[in-house]
Every structure is written in structure tokens, then in C-alpha cells.
Ligand binder design. Structure first.
Ligand code: SER
Length: 315
């Protein structure tokens, strides 16, 4: 029987992935963990353990005492916060990954999941339909840590057989948690302002295209790659993953179709430079070919779904 540990479960992805993993493995087979004890309130349906991923002894003890077989390591400092605290972001993002890969090597962990990001790309990367294999010269600390992390994942797979799997997520958009310090998070925040009847101040320019994905698709992709047979997962750095691509103006217009009085102001800040260094759109044909990836949500379906569900959601 699998026993699953989610690290950083209280974040944007973990909040939704945890319940999907409970559906798959059973509530008793899943432990949600987070640095913040307050995250516990999100997990009344499964076990919760407060855990600092940087505390190697506690991490090892938990994995051993609970006979953990799979780890989803989601704890990270994202792009915008990372630029404010570069050394902290590097330390947290890298050291935590390395300690989990070491534990996986030494113990009999079955699989590890670690998210990468479009942030591995940089200003010299082809901007449109960005290929899986191309120049990557990230210029954010978050991107540098994800790029280095990808190399370490491949290294541990090749040298030690650690079955680590990874996706380069586009901007993830969900309504079940609040934005968490990323450059793509304007596309989360905008829905809250629309529902509250406020003008949205957008920190990116109206024509800044970025690859994006609605959370149910991200959850599906994560489960799909983790459930794929080992030999189907041919890329052991991280897979390009794509669903849609839009600009702030296009998202605003999609919301305005549903809420005609909604208004927006564009006030680009330091995050514009980060967005400018990332692709407009990404080619994910390897994921589609190797393990059958297929997305479901486009901008219209996502917008309608969020506007229907967000007002009823309790944080
Ligand atoms: N959503 C992330 C960010 O904006 C990118 O992976 O930082």
C-alpha cells in the first residue's frame, strides 16, 4: 500500500492536490504537512503534521515512522518573493530538494514528485511555442533554483535510480487558495477583485502573454505523470506542460463578458521584467506523446467555472 506525504500542502497546489490524492489512495494513506500549523484547518479529511522541510532530522523521522512511499515536495519560494529574498529562496528551494532526493536514495521511497516551472526559461529562450529542449538562461532566483533542481532530479534518476517525476507548470489558476507570491498570480487575484466589485490594479502590462493552466488540469497532469508506468516517463528533468496562453487584457475581457461593470488599471511593476523573460506559450508535445497528457480547460470555461464557484468558497 502506498503512503503519501505532501510537503507544503497548505499552498496553492497542495490545497487541491491533497484531496485528489486522498481520493486516489484513501484518506488514511495521505499525510498533509506544512511549515504553518494554521494550514491544518484545510485538512479535516486527512492527517496533518506540522513540518519544517529544512529540519532534516524531523523529515527523516516522519518518513521512517510512517513508512512513507511517495513524497510530493511542493514547498518553495515563488518568483516575485524570491526576488525580494534571493539567498533565502535559493537555500529553501535547493536544500529541501537535495535532502529529499538523498532520503529517496537511501530509503525505499517508491516515487518523488517535484514541481518545476516555466521560470526555467529566460530572455534568450524562444518565446513562442517554447520547445522542451532549448536555451535556458533564467534570470530570477526562482528560475535558477528550478533549473538547477531539474538537473539534480535527472542526476538522481540516472545515478541512483530515484524515480523522481516533474512538470514545468505554467501559471496556475485556482479559486480555493489566495495568491502566493508568483508573477502569474495576477490571474488569481483578478477574480477576487471582480467578485468584490473592485477595480483591479494589474501589476503586468495589458499585452503580457503568459502560459497558464486552470487548477483541475494541473491536478490531472500531476496525477497522470505520477500514475504513468516508469518507462513512459522518458524525460527525467521536467516536462513542458501547456493548456492556454493569454494576456491580462484577454483575461479581463473574459471576466467582463460575465461581469460587464468590471474595470482594470494597468500598473506594471518589477514583476513585468520577470514576465518578459518567460515564454508566451509552450510546446508540450513530449508530455502528450509520452504519457498521454491532454488539457480540458480554456480561458472561457475556466472563467465561468471560477466566477460560479468562488463566491461560495470559504477560506
Ligand atoms: N507561478 C510561478 C510564479 O509566478 C511560476 O511557476 O512564480
Amino acid at each position: 500500500m502506498e503512503k503519501v506525504l505532501i510537503i507544503g500542502a497548505g499552498g496553492q497546489l497542495g490545497s487541491e492536490l491533497t484531496s485528489a490524492l486522498c481520493d486516489q489512495h484513501g484518506n488514511d494513506a495521505v499525510i498533509a504537512s506544512d511549515l504553518h500549523e494554521t494550514a491544518k484547518s484545510k485538512f479535516d479529511y486527512c492527517r496533518f503534521q506540522q513540518l519544517d522541510v529544512m529540519d532534516n532530522d524531523s523529515l527523516k523521522k516522519l518518513i521512517k515512522s510512517e513508512s512513507i512511499t511517495q513524497i510530493y515536495h511542493l514547498a518553495a519560494v515563488l518568483s516575485a518573493v524570491g526576488e525580494k529574498k534571493p539567498l533565502f529562496a535559493w537555500q529553501l528551494n535547493m536544500e529541501s530538494l537535495l535532502s529529499i532526493l538523498e532520503i529517496a536514495k537511501e530509503s525505499n521511497l517508491d516515487k518523488v514528485y517535484w514541481p518545476s516551472s516555466i521560470a526555467v526559461f529566460g530572455p534568450n529562450t524562444p518565446k513562442t511555442n517554447t520547445p522542451q529542449f532549448c536555451v535556458k538562461e533564467p534570470n530570477t532566483v526562482y528560475g535558477i533554483s528550478k533549473q538547477a533542481g531539474e538537473r539534480w532530479c535527472q542526476y538522481y534518476f540516472e545515478k541512483y535510480g530515484v524515480d523522481v517525476r516533474s512538470l514545468r507548470y505554467p501559471g496556475l489558476i485556482g479559486y480555493k487558495s489566495l495568491p502566493g507570491g508568483g508573477t502569474t498570480d495576477y490571474a488569481v487575484d483578478i477574480f477576487h477583485k471582480a467578485i468584490e466589485g473592485e477595480t483591479f490594479e494589474c501589476f503586468l502590462d495589458k499585452d503580457s502573454y503568459l502560459p497558464m493552466m486552470y487548477m483541475p488540469d494541473a491536478i490531472k497532469a500531476t496525477l497522470d505523470i505520477m500514475n504513468a508506468p516508469r518507462e513512459s516517463v522518458k524525460i527525467r528533468s521536467s516536462y513542458n506542460l501547456s493548456a492556454m496562453s493569454f494576456s491580462p487584457k484577454e483575461l479581463f475581457e473574459a471576466i467582463q463578458t460575465e461581469i460587464p461593470e468590471f474595470s482594470i488599471l494597468y500598473k506594471p511593476d518589477f514583476r513585468q521584467e520577470i514576465a518578459d523573460s518567460w515564454p508566451d506559450s509552450v510546446d508540450d508535445s513530449h508530455a502528450r506523446l509520452d504519457w498521454g497528457w491532454n488539457h480540458q480547460f480554456g480561458i472561457k470555461e475556466m472563467t465561468r467555472d471560477i466566477l460560479v464557484n468562488l463566491p461560495n468558497f470559504q477560506f
